[in-house]
Design a protein around this ligand. Structure first.
Ligand SMILES: CC(C)(COP(=O)(O)OP(=O)(O)OC[C@H]1O[C@@H](n2cnc3c(N)ncnc32)[C@H](O)[C@@H]1OP(=O)(O)O)[C@@H](O)C(=O)NCCC(=O)NCCS
Length: 209
């Protein structure tokens, strides 16, 4: 489940010495480049996250462009603390982001984390998701060193669940009433990818492309 805090606040935690914490790497795929979210992305990403087809399945995003800029400051602080990474999805030949992928730690040390993603609806079904997702999964397992990557997606989110299944994520169950949205309590599917399974599939040439 993608989660953007509406009122980002700072928090202190002892940093661990890993280089992605200084600045996120730029990840280059066939259709997209992923790079750290910048302040100059705020207006474009605010528009993406406010699109009704996106916002219905994500936690309520920052309500204004200014709050979105605060969110980006928060992203940079959390990355420096080694517990969060947020990539802007930039299509090849453009400099304007059309979506974002985030990974956040679920436990100290980032062995287990959760990811979430959103793309502007006009870019759905064009292959950007798979291109970007493979880059982010590799980043999570190879660069951060995670072992388990979880995703939560509302059961009613047919497209989000199909995208995770297509990527090879394993459906582990349903988290009842785990997502509160617009006064409603929705069930979520819990999905996971494990680093060793991902690497085995990649090395066997059976990873999804
Ligand atoms: C989730 C998201 C990033 C996926 O990107 P996308 O470009 O839509 O994904 P893809 O097109 O690669 O995959 C979606 C799959 O759903 C399938 N699908 C779409 N509608 C479907 C339906 N009604 N029934 C069954 N499958 C369906 C598509 O056919 C596609 O599978 P295919 O490529 O095998 O044909 C995008 O839909 C999005 O931003 N959604 C809003 C935010 C969100 O839900 N985020 C996930 C929760 S964290």
């Amino acid at each position: 489940m993608i989660h953007l805090p509406r009122h980002p606040s700072s928090g202190a935690q002892a940093p661990a010495p890993v280089s992605w914490r200084d600045t996120l790497p730029t990840l280059v795929g066939q259709l997209v480049t992923l790079r750290e979210v910048r302040l100059s992305d705020a207006d474009a990403l605010f528009t993406v996250m406010q699109a009704p087809d996106v916002s219905r399945f994500v936690s309520t995003p920052p309500a204004t462009e200014d709050l979105f800029r605060s969110f980006i400051h928060w992203v940079q602080r959390e990355r420096a603390l080694g517990r969060y990474a947020c990539f802007a999805v930039v299509p090849a030949g453009s400099d304007t982001p059309v979506g974002l992928f985030q990974v956040r730690q679920l436990e100290h040390g980032f062995v287990t984390g959760e990811w979430g993603f959103a793309l502007s609806p006009e870019h759905w079904g064009a292959g950007l998701f798979m291109d970007a997702a493979r880059l982010v999964v590799e980043f999570a397992f190879s660069t951060i060193g995670m072992h388990r990557l979880e995703a939560r997606s509302a059961v009613a989110n047919v497209r989000g669940n199909a995208a995770l299944r297509k990527l090879g994520a394993v459906h582990e169950g349903v988290l009842r009433n785990s997502f509160h949205k617009d006064e409603r309590r929705l069930d979520q599917s819990l999905w996971s990818l494990l680093a060793d399974e991902w690497v085995a599939r990649r090395d066997a040439g059976t990873a999804v492309h």
